[in-house]
Design a protein around this ligand. Structure first.
Ligand code: NAP
Ligand code: G4F
Length: 322
């Protein structure tokens, strides 16, 4: 039985990845941080409590990583832990670099010294590309990285560290450059779930309008359930290397709003208010990923479409909000 250790196990992706790995026979271990309200922290993995084993730790605390790796001796390490909100990263830049870059360095050092036979996955991000776009309108592995946020910068450093540790120490360490992925478990301060929740509240008469930032930026939105399956394929490829995971389609935030409000028989133009608070000091305007390689070489295929994913999120909020 293979053993997987997941940092960020209680996050959106960590919860889907745990479910997927359990379903294919893995033993699943996870690192969680201590928080003052523990119920808030574990709601995404509540149903898995008997099946997974979690340890308190923090990727900025090297000693805690050493202890967990020594105890678990995993075959696969998935580093999903991060300060993952781009706009918040402008407000806490050093904290973001500390967790998302130096935290990864701590993990790589511990991995190299304690369990170098394991395989390592790093949750890299399309935010690393910033506003670079190839002439055909896609981003791919060869697209230059010009990040536009402290978060993007932090992920570029981590990406380079993973490449360096792979080359220098012959480790099976890979980066998955994942484009935006969502689900009903997405934090409600990310735009998809914020729009869906806000629109349902308006539909149910609980709210009069919804405040958003930039409506013109485009994102390539997939489903977390599909993307965690890609993470597993990446680690189970014989050669460690980097991959792009994306749908290859993009939409603007305005198009997202139009779809969601339309499904609820509302006109978004009557309810959306722009608030400067949600505009970023520098905006990444356009993301569309070329995932042809992972489809051709590893057989990855998403099951969800944009519409089925958003419909699932709407259905959940319609049931949740009375
Ligand atoms: P998420 O829901 O925000 O989950 C992040 C997880 O990291 C949470 O469990 C969080 O724990 C944990 N964490 C934060 N700081 C930590 C620390 N110092 N030590 C240990 N754990 C820590 O994010 P997600 O959407 O699942 O994304 C997973 C990973 O993929 C992240 O690295 C993100 O940057 C990256 N990524 C995400 C996307 C996307 O669109 N979702 C795209 C590309 C890359 P708490 O609950 O205690 O905060
Ligand atoms: O949903 P978002 O906050 O996601 P963003 O910034 O693209 O970052 C997500 O995807 C990255 C991959 O590309 C991940 F690495 C990262 O961890 C995270 O998961 O914002 C999407 C777009 C942006 O252009 C933002 O400016 O929506 C725009 N937006 C407009 N109004 C808003 C809002 N975003 C948020 N969060 N809140 C708004 O009110």
């Amino acid at each position: 039985m293979k053993k997987a250790l997941i940092t960020g196990i209680n996050g959106q992706d960590g919860s889907y990845l745990s479910e997927y790995l359990l379903s294919i026979g893995y033993e699943v271990y996870g690192m969680i941080r201590r928080q003052s309200v523990s119920e808030n922290q574990s709601y995404r993995i509540q149903n898995l409590n008997q099946k997974i084993k979690t340890f308190y730790g923090d990727i900025t605390d090297k000693k805690s990583i050493d202890n967990i790796l020594s105890e678990v001796n995993p075959n696969e390490i998935y580093n999903l832990a991060a300060m993952s909100h781009v706009r918040v990263s402008f407000e806490v830049p050093s904290f973001t670099i500390n967790v998302n870059s130096l935290g990864v360095l701590n993990l790589l050092e511990a991995y190299k010294d304690i369990c170098p036979e394991a395989r390592f996955y790093q949750a890299s991000s399309s935010e690393m590309f910033g506003n670079s776009i190839d002439s055909d309108g896609f981003q791919r592995l060869t697209t230059p990285m010009n990040p536009t946020s402290p978060y993007g910068c932090s992920k570029v450093l981590a990406y380079n560290l993973v490449n360096h540790y792979r080359n220098a120490y012959d480790l099976h360490a890979s980066n998955g450059i994942l484009f935006n992925h969502e689900s009903p478990r997405r934090g409600t301060n990310f735009v998809t779930n914020k729009v869906v929740k806000g629109a349902v509240e308006i539909k149910k008469g609980l709210k009069k309008n919804l405040e958003l930032g930039n409506l013109d930026s485009s994102r390539d939105w997939g489903h977390s359930y599909d993307y965690v399956r890609a993470m597993h394929l990446i680690l189970n490829n014989k050669q460690p290397r980097n991959w792009i995971v994306a749908t290859g389609e993009n939409r603007t935030v305005r198009e997202l709003c139009a779809y969601v409000f339309d499904r609820l028989e509302l006109n978004y133009e009557n309810y959306i208010i722009q608030n400067k608070k949600f505009i970023r000091p520098e905006e990444l305007k356009y993301l569309k990923g070329d995932a042809s390689e992972i489809k051709e070489k590893l057989g990855w295929q998403p099951e969800y479409t944009f519409n089925t994913m958003i419909d699932e999120m709407i259905d959940l909020w319609m049931r949740k909000i009375s």
